[in-house]
Design a protein around this ligand. Structure first.
Ligand SMILES: Nc1ncnc2c1ncn2[C@@H]1O[C@H](COP(=O)(O)OP(=O)(O)OP(=O)(O)O)[C@@H](O)[C@H]1O
Ligand SMILES: [Mg+2]
Length: 224
């Protein structure tokens, strides 16, 4: 039975899809023989489109995308699918569909939560943790990991450091903070189309190095 990993947040536009597709491809690169499922649970289908582009271009990716329109029973469906895979990576939309989000979390072993260090985004985590708390009433072993995305890359970026320390304290016992962060960089917006991983579109870049650090944080914590 696969480990199901959701990249989720109740807030839109925080970088869930961008991170999820790179996480999936990085796992594929590091585990060439693994059976992986990339599961698109967002009605916008951006993950599905991304992998469709990629399959067409490279014809070498064994990743499937599924989307169940009716959320009822989605968690059961994901668990049944997971039997056939080693890892399932789920991309979930923002606030568009709270029930889909809940169902995905019910089926997940871990949820990875990107957040920008802005006060508004940090405050919105409280709302998301209300959903996580409710889901944990049923799925008590759901682990949660937060990382800072779209951090400022100028100077020392004190705001991200303060946010990482503050969130670690605030969510102690409920979630773990990843020590690494991803900056707000053009390379990420450029990587949105064409089915490219960040290391393919910007090899050797700061964006690639930061992504690798976050990936290693997740690996170190035994999530992937
Ligand atoms: N670290 C980053 N630096 C710069 N741009 C980024 C970064 N991460 C994501 N983006 C950009 O931010 C926008 C939103 O990202 P993305 O679509 O991954 O967010 P999302 O959380 O999946 O949104 P939604 O809730 O709509 O599904 C995209 O244009 C993406 O290219
Ligand atoms: Mg998305």
């Amino acid at each position: 039975m696969a480990k199901v990993i959701a990249v989720a947040h109740s807030k839109g536009g925080v970088g869930k899809t961008t991170f999820c597709r790179n996480l999936t491809l990085a796992y594929r690169k590091n585990n060439p023989a693994a059976r992986i499922l990339a599961l698109d649970c967002d009605g916008q289908k951006s993950l599905e489109k991304f992998f469709a582009d990629r399959a067409e271009r490279l014809n070498a990716v064994e990743i499937q995308c599924h989307l169940k329109i009716n959320p009822k029973g989605l968690s059961r469906e994901i668990k049944a699918l997971a039997d056939d895979y080693e890892k399932v990576f789920c991309d979930v939309g923002g606030q568009r569909d709270g029930e889909v989000l809940r169902q995905v979390l019910l089926a997940s072993d871990a949820v990875i939560i990107p957040t920008s260090p802005s006060q508004e985004d940090l405050d919105s985590l409280d709302e998301f943790f209300m959903v996580i708390d409710e889901v944990r009433g049923v799925n008590e072993n759901l682990k949660a990991y937060i990382f800072i995305n779209r951090a400022s890359w100028q100077g020392h970026d004190k705001r991200s450091r303060v946010a990482i320390d503050g969130l670690a304290q605030k969510f102690e016992g409920d979630a773990e903070m990843l020590p690494s962060k991803i900056s707000n960089l053009q390379a990420w917006s450029d990587s949105g189309t064409g089915g490219h991983a960040i290391w393919e579109i910007a090899p050797g870049s700061r964006a690639e190095r930061e992504f690798t650090s976050v990936y290693l944080d997740l690996e170190g914590k035994g999530i992937i």
